[in-house]
Design a protein around this ligand. Structure first.
Ligand code: DX5
Ligand code: ZN
Length: 226
């Protein structure tokens, strides 16, 4: 499976956002992870459409949008128009409508004129059984490795058991769905995480500090060796 590093701009210096994204891209990161928080689904508020639309102009990277918001269905078109390439929502945010939301995402085109990729996410306390019914419908399943809402937290080790179980389920059903992990990932634990079965790895505070380009190169190297 293709291994993909997705630096999360939540940890960036917003006064230098464009330059820092460029550095991450030069290091070879194909995705840019964009965390949208509404202060209701999670306690914090991050940023939204105007910021995305603005950075869309400075990079060609795949925008991997992680919606941590209530009723995500309201905002699919708006995020597509602001530059999203993929949209991931939390199953906990609207469990009854998850199937419809996936169809809505796939039925919406990005600014590149292709259908958005769809992802579904689970918080650390949610079992994988909550997303297995959608495993064949989505492009990606995001297993949160910290409680969503803040960057810079420590990875919860038990969440890796869910990654292993999910990869085993996907393999036994002949599915090549991406597994993304997000939260507390650094050069110290990325190898184990990839070995557990994750192929898309989000990294915020371990990338956007000091030399961003070198950090990206190092993390990608470790992913490829794992
Ligand atoms: C947390 C966000 C993460 C966050 C990760 O709710 O979903 O994407 O940016 O940050 P680090 O890598 O610092 O844990
Ligand atoms: Zn995220």
């Amino acid at each position: 499976m293709k291994k993909i590093l997705a630096p999360s701009i939540l940890a960036a210096d917003f006064t230098r956002l464009g330059e820092q994204i460029k550095e991450a891209s030069e290091g070879g990161a194909p995705y840019l992870h964009v965390d949208v928080m509404d202060g209701i689904f999670v306690p914090s508020i991050s940023f939204g459409m105007p910021v995305m639309a603005s950075i869309r102009k400075c990079t060609d990277m795949f925008f991997d949008v992680h919606l941590m918001i209530e009723k995500p269905d309201r905002y699919i078109e708006t995020f597509a128009e602001s530059g999203a390439d993929g949209i991931t929502f939390h199953v906990e945010s609207d469990p009854e409508n998850a199937g419809e939301i996936i169809k809505h995402i796939h039925g919406t085109k990005s600014l590149r004129g292709v259908p958005l990729r769809a992802g579904i996410s689970i918080k650390p306390g949610t079992p994988i059984s909550a997303v297995l019914p959608y495993a064949a419908d989505v492009d990606m399943i995001l297993v949160m490795t910290v409680e969503p809402g803040f960057g810079g937290q420590k990875l919860i080790p038990e969440t890796l058991d869910k990654v292993r179980a999910l990869r085993a389920f996907l393999d036994s059903n002949g599915l090549d769905t991406d597994i993304e992990v997000d939260g507390g990932i650094s050069s110290a634990n990325i190898s184990g995480i990839v070995k557990a079965g994750a192929n898309v790895v989000v990294a915020g505070s371990s990338v956007f500090k000091d030399s961003i380009r070198e950090k990206v190169i190092k993390l990608i190297g470790l992913m490829n060796e794992a």
